[in-house]
Structure formats: structure tokens, C-alpha cells
Design a protein around this ligand. Structure first.
Ligand SMILES: Nc1ncnc2c1ncn2[C@@H]1O[C@H](COP(=O)(O)OP(=O)(O)OP(=O)(O)O)[C@@H](O)[C@H]1O
Length: 242
């Protein structure tokens, strides 16, 4: 049986507000996220990335608290890196090492694996995605989509209980997207997936639509996504973020 990744406790936001300068992006948000597959949708600038970063503990909320299985992820970074993994939208904001193997091994070393074990696990992850030949590759020689995949493999290799994905398929070709979807469908972790592509979220247990600093709809994915799609279609060209 697949281990229940949420059995140790859900992702919980309690009265969370966050903003940048004078702009409040999320206002007094309280959510308990315990379903295995949760989608987050919303228009450009609605706060999806901000929410992702709060859940991963990369930013501390201006007010309120974010906990994952009881761990305050912004305050207890050591526990947080074992618990929550996040894939950024832009791989260049994530990658810090010159070669693919070093990048994958870094997270594993942070988890306490010795050098040999970290290398072996990095190789196993590369092989799983048919990229065994990438280990010595300088990251700089990879395309944007390939760098995105490196980030994703780095997160998956750490086997966190919660994986936050911010547009994980952006820039990936179709075969890689399919391989990744298959992998994500099977991964025992809880997945919180931000996407503009609602088809990527179909079949999910729950979807949350963010709008105007709060939740516009929250419930079974099919219902939330249908309501969101209808609203976006009604907006038509007025929604264009140009
Ligand atoms: N570091 C920052 N400094 C200033 N403003 C920011 C910062 N990060 C985000 N913002 C602003 O906060 C708002 C929400 O941004 P966020 O990236 O969370 O939205 P999003 O829903 O992920 O958008 P998109 O769909 O375009 O990726 C936007 O208006 C954005 O410009």
C-alpha cells in the first residue's frame, strides 16, 4: 500500500497574511491541506507563488503561521527541508552548482547522506528519467526545460513528504512531461501543484482558486476548476496580462 504522506499531519495555514511593500497579496488565509493531490489556480498575480513559498517556509508570513505536520516551516528550516520540497517556476533561481550531479547530490548531503550515497542516489534519479548521461554535464549547457527537469529531480531525490510544484511542466517537452506526470501520479508524497493549465490538475482530490488575496472557491477539483474556467472565459480578453 502507498504510505499516506499526510498521516503525520496536514499543511496548516492559520490567519496567514503576506504582502510586499504596501500591497497585501494574501489576507487572513486559513487552510488545512490534507488531501494527497491539491491544485492551486488563480490569475496572474493572485498570490499562487507567494502561497507556495510560504508553504515551503522560504518566506515567513507577515501575520499568522504555516505548519507542516506541526513544524513551523519558516522558523525551523532544518526540519522543513526534510518535510517540504519546492520546485520553483524559474530553474535559474534554484540551481546553485555547476554540474548536474553536484546539484542533485547537494540536497541529499543536506539530509545527511555521505558523499558516496548521495552520488549513488543522484545517479539513480537521473537514470529514472532516462538522463544517466547528464551526471557530469555542466548545467550551463542545458536548455531551460532541461534545467527545470534537473531542479525537479533534485526535489524528488530528497523524497519529501510534501512537494510543492509551481508550474512544473513549463518548458518541458511532451515525452518528459508524460514521464513526469506518471512519476508524480505514483509518488507517495502529498503534492500541492500550482498551475495555469487546469488539465494538469484534473483528477486531483481538491483545488483552490485564489483571487483578490483570498479563496474564491475551494473543494473537489472538478467543481473548482470548472468554476474557475467559466469565470476566466467570461473575462475573455479582459484577463490578458499584457
Ligand atoms: N518579491 C516581491 N517583491 C514585490 N512584489 C512581489 C514579490 N513577489 C511577488 N510580488 C507581487 O505579489 C503579487 C503576487 O505574486 P505571485 O508571484 O505570488 O502571483 P502568482 O499568482 O504566482 O502569479 P503568476 O501566475 O503570474 O505566476 C504580484 O503582484 C507580484 O508582483
Amino acid at each position: 500500500m502507498t504510505p499516506d504522506s499526510t498521516a503525520m499531519g496536514p499543511v496548516r495555514l492559520t490567519g496567514v497574511s503576506h504582502g510586499f511593500g504596501a500591497r497585501t497579496v494574501l489576507r487572513d488565509l486559513s487552510l488545512t491541506l490534507s488531501e494527497r493531490r491539491i491544485g492551486i489556480v488563480g490569475r496572474n498575480g493572485s498570490g499562487k507563488t507567494t502561497l507556495s513559498r510560504l508553504i515551503a517556509g522560504l518566506i515567513a508570513p507577515d501575520a499568522g503561521q504555516v505548519t507542516v505536520a506541526g513544524v513551523d516551516v519558516a522558523r525551523d528550516r532544518k526540519a522543513a527541508i526534510r518535510t517540504v520540497g519546492i520546485l520553483f517556476q524559474n530553474p535559474d533561481h534554484q540551481i546553485i552548482f555547476p554540474t548536474v550531479e553536484e546539484e542533485l547530490a547537494f540536497g541529499l548531503r543536506q539530509l545527511g547522506h555521505d558523499k558516496t550515497a548521495a552520488r549513488a542516489e543522484a545517479h539513480a534519479m537521473l537514470a529514472r528519467f532516462g538522463r544517466a548521461d547528464w551526471s557530469e554535464r555542466p548545467v550551463a549547457t542545458l536548455s531551460q526545460g532541461q534545467r527545470h527537469l534537473v531542479c525537479l529531480m533534485s526535489v524528488l531525490a530528497m523524497a519529501p513528504r510534501v512537494i510543492v510544484l509551481d508550474e512544473p511542466f513549463a518548458g518541458l517537452d511532451l515525452p518528459t512531461t508524460r514521464a513526469l506526470r506518471r512519476y508524480l501520479d505514483a509518488v507517495p508524497a502529498q503534492v500541492i501543484h500550482v498551475s495555469h493549465d487546469i488539465s494538469a490538475l484534473s483528477g486531483y482530490d481538491r483545488a483552490i482558486w485564489l483571487e483578490g488575496g483570498g479563496v474564491a472557491a475551494d473543494g473537489p477539483a472538478e467543481a473548482t476548476l470548472a468554476a474557475y474556467l467559466k469565470a476566466m472565459e467570461a473575462l475573455g480578453d479582459a484577463d490578458a496580462d499584457l
